[in-house]
Design a protein. Structure first.
Length: 301
């Protein structure tokens, strides 16, 4: 009822334990706080909070328009609904290294378990699009150093994302990842790897956990969790998938409503009222109310 049943500190420790467990950690992207309830119930290890989804949900493209306050608020709303660890997309950190430092502290306070910062220039764009650009190594390293220095909870995970693969190729990406680990990154997000052998090369290059991004309609094939685990990937995100699934269903539903004048034909595809109430734990709230209203002073002398 009401919120997560474990503390932010517990979730951060669980995140780190999962990353070093030898079992790949699967983090679907929650596109609403409500969706975390399903992610948890279905047995996934954690929840990803996508910058693309946060922007797109507001009707904006994912080009660095969302602000730290918007992202922290949404991240906090999502984190509080789940007992699972949460990794949030910190884009380029919302400014210069000083801003990156503040971002870390705000996200720690919002109850997130970790954040990733990327080495793109501003304005940033989806890592799977052409025409993106990256900052030089020194600038990228400064971002990560600022993040690491600002953190107060040593368990809060700072992940460095490098987008350089799509700009300067695989070797540049391995070199960049090593520099980011030397700067203190706890984990590496190697964006837009072309195939499994590239993940394998990244695995060999660094000795921290590595993340694979299985975003649809991107540069990478959609490898299975098992294939990624087999090449030593420690965690995989499905960042925008739930939004895409839901928006696909919404379009089909609206088409049916427009064509048929009623949603009767769609009802079997809908989540039922009973299932929805189960996810928001409705009955526990009703029981709580009943307990308060039936409280009888005379029996408590
Ligand atoms: C992971 C990502 O940064 C996101 O914001 O979810 C995006 C996902 C996408 O646009 O498909 C990315 O840059 O890969
Ligand atoms: Mg993003």
């Amino acid at each position: 009822m009401l919120h997560s049943h474990v503390t932010a500190s517990h979730k951060r420790k669980a995140f780190r334990a999962g990353l070093s467990s030898g079992t790949i950690q699967r983090f679907p992207g929650a596109f609403t706080p409500l969706s975390t309830r399903l992610i948890q119930e279905k047995g996934f290890e954690g929840v990803y909070i996508s910058g693309a989804v946060m922007a797109n949900e507001l009707g904006l493209p994912d080009i660095g328009l969302t602000t730290l306050s918007e992202v922290a608020q949404r991240g906090g709303q999502i984190a509080r609904t789940t007992d699972l660890p949460t990794l949030i997309d910190g884009d380029t950190g919302f400014g210069e290294p000083m801003n990156v430092a503040r971002t870390v502290q705000v996200l720690e306070d919002a109850g997130l378990s970790g954040v990733h910062f990327e080495d793109q220039v501003n304005p940033k764009r989806c890592g799977h699009l052409d025409g993106k650009d990256v900052v030089d190594e020194q600038t990228a390293v400064k971002r990560i150093r600022a993040a690491v220095q600002a953190r107060r909870d040593p368990d809060f995970l700072i992940m460095a994302r490098t987008d350089i693969r799509g700009v300067d190729g695989l070797q540049a990406s391995l070199d960049r990842a090593k520099a980011l680990v030397d700067a203190g990154a706890d984990a590496i997000f190697a964006e837009a790897m072309a195939d499994l052998s590239e993940f394998e090369a990244m695995r060999a290059a660094v000795d921290v956990p590595i993340l694979a991004n299985m975003t649809e309609f991107g540069k990478s094939d959609l490898f299975t969790v098992q294939q990624l685990q087999d090449v030593g990937v420690n965690m995989v995100i499905f960042p925008v998938s739930l939004l895409r699934i839901a928006m696909g269903a919404i379009e089909r539903g609206l088409d049916a409503l427009a064509a048929e004048g009623s949603l009767q034909s769609q009802v079997p595809t809908m989540q039922t009222r009973a299932r929805l109430y189960e996810l928001v734990d409705y009955s526990a709230y009703a029981a709580f109310d009943e307990g308060v209203f039936t409280f009888d002073l005379s029996t408590n002398r």
